[in-house]
Design a protein around this ligand. Structure first.
Ligand code: HEM
Length: 116
């Protein structure tokens, strides 16, 4: 059970790396566009996160923290959806939405590791 749990944590981290990594590439390259890879990262982090929130019997879960992370990922999903739609219509991503996706993703990682 513990090895399976560790594997799901790893998948969860791959999801985080995918969304944040693809966002960082866009930020540094100055293209600053929303990409499909960000959506994939979000789905992977969400599905693995929900699986981790199940009672595994491996210790106490902090449901307040999980709830906050879930709320934030829903907001990130909404921003990705709205931002991608506007990008398709106008040809560029709204800067505010683009930066907010990166900040909120990093905030979720910070909450994960700093809120004990
Ligand atoms: C962008 C969104 C997210 C990011 C960046 C993120 C990041 C992380 C990171 C870095 C960890 C490892 C922390 C550690 O083990 O100390 C973690 C663990 C965890 N995450 Fe997330 N997460 C996200 C979304 C979610 C969601 C939506 C849920 C559940 C609904 C969730 C549930 C969990 C749980 C339960 C753990 C603990 C695993 C354990 O037992 O050690 N996460 N997350």
């Amino acid at each position: 059970m513990e090895i399976l749990h560790s594997a799901v944590v790893l998948i969860h981290l791959v999801g985080f790396a995918t969304i944040f990594g693809s966002w960082l590439v866009e930020a540094v390259s100055k293209r600053r566009e929303f990409t499909k890879t960000m959506n994939w990262g979000l789905v992977i982090a969400l599905v693995a996160g929900l699986a981790l929130a199940a009672p595994w019997g491996l210790g106490e879960l902090n449901y307040a923290k999980i709830g906050v992370k879930l709320a934030i990922i829903v907001v990130i999903g909404a921003l990705l959806g709205i931002g991608s739609a506007r990008q398709r219509r106008t040809g560029s991503a709204p800067a505010g939405l683009f930066w907010l996706v990166g900040v909120l993703t990093l905030a979720n990682a910070a909450i994960a590791v700093m809120w004990r």
